[in-house]
Design a protein around this ligand. Structure first.
Ligand code: GFB
Length: 313
């Protein structure tokens, strides 16, 4: 199949977020009209308001990148917001999309939907085959519900809704608030500050968990590729294909930022899932590959951090 954005009205829901803003950058290369609406103008958890806005704006394609997101501690500390807000947002937007006859929609999930001890690399079929990681089960449950809602709309109403599961993302527009952030922006900030003070870099947990990282503009490119070339009920993984331990990542960030000081671990903080490497061979079979490698991506993310392009700074 092939879907064209040519001349279409394309709504990026969540355009101020890291993924949403990367999607807006990427869609500038397509000949389409990108629709955005600010949080002040539209509360995406309000189904009635979302329906009203969608009926007025008539998007033909939708990227649902809006979500309540955060790192391991934020997930653990705010179970209600991560579960409730994400359920409300996805229900409102998918319901609205069916109601206004959207031609195509992409729902964005996360690799944390998979069981804590899923076989590695994780294939799409691993969904719902085992218990979740407790630190992010609230977010995972909401995202699993979103995948299933998209699948249900396809099955019952024939909607062309697809779901993509990106791995751990980073890049411009990330959240650098250490209490809310994911590990990559946290390490960029911590290494930068340690470099200025000559102090130590504190790594949460044991440093042994392994994670797969993807630069956010690569993720946006993959999402556009999937909208153009994928139409099926099964969600699809978006990953870089390799993972690193958190301690290896710390040393790589230090090398890229040019700091060679002491590193300490803080085992009072949670480790989370021991390993989260996805099998992205279905995406590769559709002709997509990432372009930005880890070191280049860290350098680009650091430039953005220095330019103040991020939240929590
Ligand atoms: O990125 P992160 O917060 O989330 O943490 P998850 C990844 C690993 O990095 C964990 C360690 O083992 C952390 O303990 N880590 C080390 C740190 N230092 C730090 C630090 O300063 N800050 C943070 N945040 N971590 C998230 C889920 O899981 O992954 C979300 O909570 C989502 O729901 C996201 O799915 C993609 O990879 O563990």
């Amino acid at each position: 199949m092939s879907y064209s954005f040519e001349g279409k009205r394309v709504w990026v829901a969540g355009h101020r977020g890291m993924v949403g803003s990367a999607l807006v950058r990427r869609l500038a290369a397509e000949n389409c009209e990108v629709l955005t609406v600010s949080r002040d103008q539209l509360d995406l958890t309000d189904q009635r308001a979302v329906l009203g806005w969608m009926h007025g704006s008539r998007p033909q394609a939708v990227f649902l990148a809006a979500a309540r997101v955060g790192g391991i501690l934020a997930n653990d500390n705010h179970p209600v917001e991560f579960l409730r807000d994400n359920l409300l947002i996805e229900t409102a937007v998918l319901t609205g999309a069916e109601s206004v006859g959207v031609e195509k929609l992409l729902f964005l999930g996360s690799s944390c939907i998979y069981p804590k001890h899923a076989e590695q690399p994780i294939r799409e079929e691993a969904l719902l085959t085992g218990p979740l990681e407790p630190t992010n089960e609230w977010y995972a449950i909401a995202k699993i519900a979103g995948i299933k809602l998209a699948e249900a709309y396809r099955r019952e109403y024939g909607c062309d809704f697809i779901s993509a599961m990106p791995t751990n993302l980073y890049g411009p527009g990330d959240n650098f608030d250490l209490n809310a952030s994911h590990v990559m922006p946290a390490l960029i900030r911590k290494v930068h500050e340690a470099k200025l003070s000559g102090g130590e870099v504190s790594v949460w947990g044991t440093g042994t968990p392994r994670r797969e990282f993807l630069y956010v503009d690569d993720c946006a490119d993959a999402c556009v590729h999937l909208m153009q070339h994928y139409s099926d009920a099964l969600h699809i993984n978006i990953g870089s294909g390799s993972d690193v331990s958190i301690i290896e990542l710390t040393h790589t960030v230090m090398e890229v930022l040019g700091y060679d000081g002491p590193v300490v671990t803080d085992p009072s903080k949670p480790d989370g899932t021991p390993r989260k490497l996805m099998d992205s061979s279905r995406l590769a079979a559709l002709g997509w590959q990432p372009r930005v490698d880890l070191r280049e991506g860290i350098a680009l993310a650091y430039q953005a951090f220095l330019a103040g392009e991020g939240r929590g700074l």
